[in-house]
Design a protein around this ligand. Structure first.
Ligand code: HEC
Ligand code: HEC
Length: 189
């Protein structure tokens, strides 16, 4: 019993130590480096960049850390993230997560890809903190990420096995579904 409690406390302590508390005002300043591609509110300004406004904070922290540490690679983001400290990552995540994402689903939610809805929702708003929103990302971005999970270029214990079981056609259908969802991001100071 004692061992279990200690383990649980250890987990809480580690989580606290790894993720510093984010400061949104600092994040806003740092976002000056991000806005040409992601916008100040996280609504993407270029087609290859994803929308990040209103994404779960934990997800943003995980991805920025992964780009910095080289476990996720991209020619632009690897350079951007390379020099960020844990504190700066927390500040940026707090800034971008704090905006309000609103989605419009015109299709029947019952037609959503059924293997995805438990975590990404029918409308592409994430239902768990570790998962990203998919609403309104371009179908090319979603397609590329699923193929990266499938071929091992991007690794995640949940998404790797899911993508491994998908055909190109299923990947495209899921990508098209979430790309069709309308997304608006409202900047929250
Ligand atoms: C020159 C353009 C550019 C700049 C500047 C840039 N990004 Fe990115 N960002 C991208 C692209 C392109 C991707 C998609 C990477 C991929 O395809 O894997 C991306 C991906 C991301 C992701 C992953 C999102 C997801 O849904 O998985 C996060 C988080 C992110 N960027 C945050 C930032 C932050 C914070 C900054 C500023 C410190 C920043 N980016 C600056 C282009 C940029
Ligand atoms: C059990 C939960 C779960 C299910 C079910 C699930 N996902 Fe995910 N998904 C995640 C998590 C967690 C991540 C974040 C992975 C990471 O940190 O790299 C993710 C990431 C993604 C990404 C990367 C998005 C980005 O912004 O970079 C895509 C695309 C994606 N999932 C598509 C799908 C599709 C399509 C399905 C259904 C076929 C699906 N997922 C089912 C949990 C899930």
């Amino acid at each position: 019993m004692k061992a279990i409690i200690l383990l649980a406390l250890g987990g809480v302590f580690l989580a606290g130590a790894a993720f510093a508390e984010g400061d949104r005002a600092e994040g806003r300043k740092l976002a000056g480096q991000c806005r040409t591609c992601h916008g100040l509110d996280g609504y993407a300004q270029i087609p290859i960049a994803p929308h990040i406004g209103g994404e779960p904070e934990d997800y943003l922290i995980n991805q920025l850390t992964a780009f910095r540490d080289g476990t996720r690679e991209h020619e632009m983001m690897t350079i951007v993230a390379k020099t960020l400290t844990d504190q700066q990552i927390a500040d940026l995540a707090a800034w971008y997560a704090g905006h309000t994402a609103t989605v419009t689903l015109s299709a029947d939610p019952g037609d959503a890809p059924e293997d995805c809805v438990a975590c990404h929702g029918a409308d592409g708003i994430a239902l768990i903190p570790m998962a990203p929103n998919l609403a309104g990302e371009t179908n090319i971005y979603i397609d590329t990420q699923l193929k990266a999970f499938r071929n091992g270029k991007r690794v995640n214990e949940i998404m790797t096995p899911i993508a491994a079981g998908m055909t190109d056609t299923e990947i495209r259908a899921a990508a098209d579904w979430y790309a069709e969802v309308g997304l608006e991001v409202e900047l929250v100071e």
